[in-house]
Design a protein around this ligand. Sequence first.
Ligand code: HEM
Length: 395
Amino acid sequence: MFSLTSLPVGFHEDPYPAYTALREETPVCPQPDGSVILSRYEDLDLVYRDTARFISDKKAVFGPKFGVDSPLYEHHTNSLVFNDPPLHTRVRKVMVGAMNPRALAQMEPGLITLVDSLLDQIQAKSTVELIEDFAGAIPIEIIGNLLGIPRSERGPLRDWSLAILGALEPELTPEQEEWGNRAVSEFKAFLRHIIDDRRSNPGNPETDVLTRLIQDDSDGGLTEVELYQNCIFILNAGHETTTNLIGNALELLDRHCDKRTELLSSPNLISTAVDEFLRLESPNQFGNRLTTEDVTFHGFTISAGTDIHLCIGAANRDPRQFDRPDDMLLDRRPNKHHAFAGGPHTCVGLTLARMEGKIAVSRFLDRFPDYQITDGAKRGGRIRFRGFARLPAQV
Ligand code: HEM
């Protein structure tokens, strides 16, 4: 039976045969540690919507995993994604407000300029590493702007993000745990002068997330810990995921040259194409919830207090929901995938992520229609996040 702590050989290269078996043969798949995997689309859909029976609070899981006095515990248990109301409602409202359509429209020209300048640098090189030189360089700038982090200080953000999100993997080595804890502490220290400075010089609360978080006074406002940890969270949330979207899309279009040709000849397909990349190679492959009471799926009862892993990667290829689920249909409609989860925790940054994906992929293709991924591509090697650590290419 599929186990998150004993993966089949070749899983990171191609997890989909394992996901198919999971979804079709053991849609409720118990794990050695007592947790359970769900993988059918309709089950994930139900769990995302039913926040009474499936909660996001992870203190019970993160306590034993990280230790309640650790920086990782403080970080993850204060992030809105691992909280329920009231903290979740309050912080989410602040963040959603900052990603209003006007704010996003204002970001678009800067995003295009950034993408074009990266493409200019790539053009000068001929061989490139698509993650470092392109996919990873875009979201860090966008999120850095969203929080007003000075450009010259953005260097360490990517590594911190990888370390903190990496600690969410089902199994942790002592080194990864130490790296994650150190990253949270360093990130907090880094944010101190930025937050102090913004307190004395507030930004535009219409568009500046940090100013909004500082000025929020609903229910007495955020505590210092909540403020710091949610700044770290938003920097991380929009970073590795969007890098993976862009990297995965370029790899898919390299593997499926006919689809690349189709997109080049019908560029107006880019919107539906980005959702199809998100469905086929979802950047975030697993989410989690905790049951508050006994619940039964497919005749199997899951007890109250069970940690549930929601396998987005399997649900997004469920043939009960998607025709020809393993095929890439650039004009697929409808395409109600769960790459951005669902229900009250649906990704806050989904419009921004789609905008980044569309602009990055379409402008890259325009400039380098014949790019080719070369030897040396390396997967990120994570279960929760699917992407590449390295993607060398010739342009
Ligand atoms: C392709 C890129 C992205 C993907 C695939 C993605 C995926 C997700 C998923 C699956 C969740 C739900 C987690 C859960 O509750 O189980 C989530 C939550 C969230 N995402 Fe994203 N995300 C992306 C980009 C972004 C960006 C660019 C931002 C912000 C700038 C962002 C901000 C957030 C926030 C704040 C939450 C927490 C929402 C809540 O708990 O209410 N994400 N994302």
